[in-house]
Design a binder for this molecule. Structure first.
Ligand code: NAD
Length: 480
């Protein structure tokens, strides 16, 4: 039986949401010239605020501000001084962490426990880590005089709005580039609060510009002729479109795209620990995680027992008010995403997989999806091939390590994988053969700014984080 907790809602009093929000260009909040749009709280469907839409004129102004700041101040500043600004930003993120966490939860729908304990602290950690690199770039292995690229266009998705912003902006600034960033249209609010933090940190005007808007704004930004590098995180389809759009230009590009990770559990794994890892792998952030362990590969001899333990564990998850500190599963970020999940899970049933969800009460308003497990899944099923990006797990089985590798690699994606076994030698052998940018052993969904993250195949190219991530923002060429 599930132990019942009294509700423990986090107060929203700390957050002050402007009813209408401007763009952040050249250090100032500036009205946009496109048609504004609304951002809603996906847990209640209530409108939170109106957001400006940047049109071509605004994109031009933002890129021009970034160019001027690059030429006049940021690229000329010593690494030591740049580092001071990054440290200042990191500390301000920590100081305003509660505000950022509550705002992220309101706008995104993720549980406050996750925004408070994962998104915001790791965002601060990224700025601290890269602040440390700013004056040591000549020791990073990118030549004696590594140089910045110039103006960077950055476009990010809605699943980790502040965290993805940090992954993008921290390395770009540490290496001496200036930035125009566009958040996803459903989650602009923490990026705009970050703009306030830039003002508070006295960051020179134009070094960071935040322009809000939909895909069209993103397209204009990445296509802008005065942009030197594009860094994109989002779906594979849009990543491919961007690659086509900028083909033939000399813009540098990194793409962090979708995934369909295998979480592989061997019969010698500590099952209880593995069950926690499976739950964290796919139900963390409602499964809106590019590297989610969405395909569970169980060794046949332990499959039944593990599925039973997993179902028992899932009965204890709490779905509901994301602001409640007891909540494990929050709201789905948008109706559009909810419809995509419903469509794909329906295909799972139609194609013959067996569907199971724990009993849970779905709130009347808002966008919700109960944690779902599919068994009897074959590799041909859509739910085993396509990224669902929701709290849905597809379970497959295997007999031998070779079969596990074959199944794990039978995907167009290659972002992450998990291996659960007691044997160190098996971990190393599997990690060598699994075609995934990140491989976790006896854990899942662990992130650290010192550790590079990125994919193979249709999961994209380039790495973010670690010394490898710096390379995406540096050149050894004299001309740039
Ligand atoms: P999306 O591709 O629909 O949108 C991402 C961003 O691109 C948004 O800001 C959007 O406005 C913008 N955009 C849309 N069309 C554009 C265009 N033609 N040109 C430029 N920008 C455009 O993705 P989403 O639904 O917001 O996010 C979910 C996807 O992101 C999933 O596939 C997920 O796997 C992926 N993701 C990947 C990583 C990673 O590190 N690999 C991390 C998080 C999310």
């Amino acid at each position: 039986m599930t132990f019942q907790y009294a509700p423990a809602p986090e107060s929203t009093a700390i957050v002050n949401i402007n009813s209408s929000n401007d763009l952040f260009i050249n250090g100032e909040f500036t009205p946009g010239h496109g048609t504004p749009f609304k951002t809603i709280n996906p847990a209640t469907e209530e409108v939170l605020a109106e957001i400006a839409q940047a049109n071509e004129e605004d994109v031009n102004a933002a890129v021009m501000a970034a160019r001027k700041a690059y030429d006049k101040t940021w690229s000329k500043m010593s690494g030591r001084d740049r580092g001071k600004y990054l440290f200042r930003i990191a500390r301000l993120i920590q100081e305003r962490s509660r505000e950022l966490a509550v705002l992220e939860t309101l706008d995104n729908g993720k549980p406050i426990r996750e925004s408070r304990d994962v998104d915001v602290p790791i965002a601060a950690a990224h700025f601290f880590y890269h602040a440390g690199w700013a004056d040591k770039l000549e020791f990073a292995g990118y030549g004696t005089y590594p140089r910045p690229l110039g103006v960077v266009a950055q476009v990010i998705p809605w699943n980790f709005p502040l965290l993805m912003l940090a992954w993008k902006i921290a390395p770009a600034l540490a290496t001496g580039n200036t930035v125009v960033l566009k958040p996803a249209e459903t989650t602009s609010l923490t990026a705009l609060l970050f703009a306030e933090i830039c003002q508070q940190a006295d960051l020179p005007p134009g070094v960071v510009n935040i322009i809000t808007g939909a895909g069209e704004t993103g397209r204009m930004l990445v296509e802008h002729p005065d942009v030197n590098k594009v860094a994109f995180t989002g779906s594979t389809a849009v990543g491919q479109a961007i690659q086509r759009q900028i083909a033939g230009t000399n813009k540098r590009l990194t793409l962090e795209l979708g995934g369909k990770a295998a979480n592989i559990v061997f019969d010698d794994a500590p099952i209880d620990q593995a069950v926690e890892g499976i739950v964290n792998g796919i139900f963390f952030n409602q499964g809106h995680v590019c590297c989610a362990g969405s395909r569970l590969l169980l060794q046949e001899s332990i499959a039944e027992q593990t599925i039973e333990s997993l179902k028992r564990r899932l009965q204890t998850l709490r779905l509901g008010d994301p602001l409640d500190k007891n909540t494990d599963i929050g709201a789905i970020n948008s109706r559009e995403q909810l419809n995509r999940i419903i469509d794909l899970t329906k295909s799972g049933e139609d194609e013959g997989a067996q569907r199971w969800s724990p009993d849970c009460v779905i709130p009347e308003r808002g966008f919700w999806f109960a944690p779902t497990v599919f068994t009897n899944v074959t590799q041909a099923h859509r739910i085993a091939r396509e990224e669902i990006f929701g709290p849905v797990l597809s379970v497959l089985t295997f007999r031998t390590p070779d079969e596990a590798i074959e199944k794990a690699n039978n995907t167009p994606y290659g972002l992450s994988a998990g291996i659960w076994t007691e044997k160190g030698s098996r971990i190393l052998a599997m990690a060598n053969k699994v075609r995934a940018g990140v491989v976790w052993a006896n854990t899942f969904n662990r992130f650290d700014p010192a550790s590079p993250f990125g994919g193979y195949k249709e999961s994209g190219f380039g790495r973010e984080g670690g010394v490898q991530g710096l390379g995406a923002y540096l050149t050894s060429e004299e001309s740039s």
